[in-house]
Design a binder for this molecule. Structure first.
Ligand code: GDP
Ligand code: FE
Ligand code: FE
Ligand code: FE
Length: 196
């Protein structure tokens, strides 16, 4: 575990308190699970475990913000107005990083990128991006059909785990007739060749 996070100039205790003040308790427990899974994946696949810890702790920081907060941030930072047609699921990462930048003195591009794309992925993902994306899906508190298969795949290949998660997410959204964000489709196309 890490006692201090220079990227935000906070002790672990201070950082956890700040996160806990912004999210529901169940979400906070998920966040701790993602941190642990991200550290383990980072050690296995050669990402910086300290950065994996911080990105894991911050990835859902904006999850419990209201829609008006995100809509205001889209205007304030001149983000693509098309984003307004989406919702919390897409906003909490893609737009949530702007809330994070306001609330923390954080300029670390690797951390911000991993949080930004943790829901939708990207055709271009760093090892840290993949670690956070997969950790979010397989952390110990997750319990859904297919999670054990996802964990087994993640133990063997990080790219195959990204592919599996993305295929399952696209299938899930399509089956429920939920709109799929274009970048999610780009991730799907880019990682399909790695499907085990
Ligand atoms: P969580 O924040 O820990 O619950 O996990 P994620 O940030 O990975 O995903 C949040 C929600 O967004 C999940 O219910 C996903 O199924 C959903 N989601 C993922 N990709 C897309 C997408 O392309 N479009 C939409 N509408 N939802 C998505
Ligand atoms: Fe999330
Ligand atoms: Fe995810
Ligand atoms: Fe999450």
């Amino acid at each position: 575990m890490f006692d201090f996070y220079p990227e935000v100039g906070l002790s672990r205790e201070e950082l956890l308190a700040k996160i806990a003040a912004q999210v529901k308790d169940s979400r906070f427990q998920h966040i701790l699970g993602v941190e642990q899974a991200a550290i383990e994946l980072a050690q296995r696949y050669g990402a910086n475990p300290h950065k994996a810890s911080l990105a894991g702790l911050l990835h859902d920081y904006a999850k419990n913000q209201s829609d008006v907060v995100f809509l205001d941030l889209i205007d304030k930072y001149g983000l693509n107005p098309e984003l307004k047609r989406w919702g919390n699921n897409v906003w909490h990462g893609m737009v949530g990083i702007y809330k994070m930048k306001e609330d923390f003195d954080l300029s670390d591009a690797e951390i911000l990128r991993a949080v930004e794309i943790h829901t939708v992925g990207s055709s271009e993902m760093s090892v840290l991006d993949k670690v956070v994306y997969v950790a979010d899906y397989i952390e110990a508190g997750r319990d859904f059909a297919g999670v054990d298969e996802a964990r087994a795949i993640a133990a063997k290949s990080l790219d195959a785990a990204v592919a599996f998660e993305t295929v399952r997410t696209v299938e899930f959204l399509a089956a429920k007739r939920i709109a799929i964000y274009p970048q999610t489709i780009e991730t799907y196309n880019a990682f399909l060749p790695y499907l085990a």
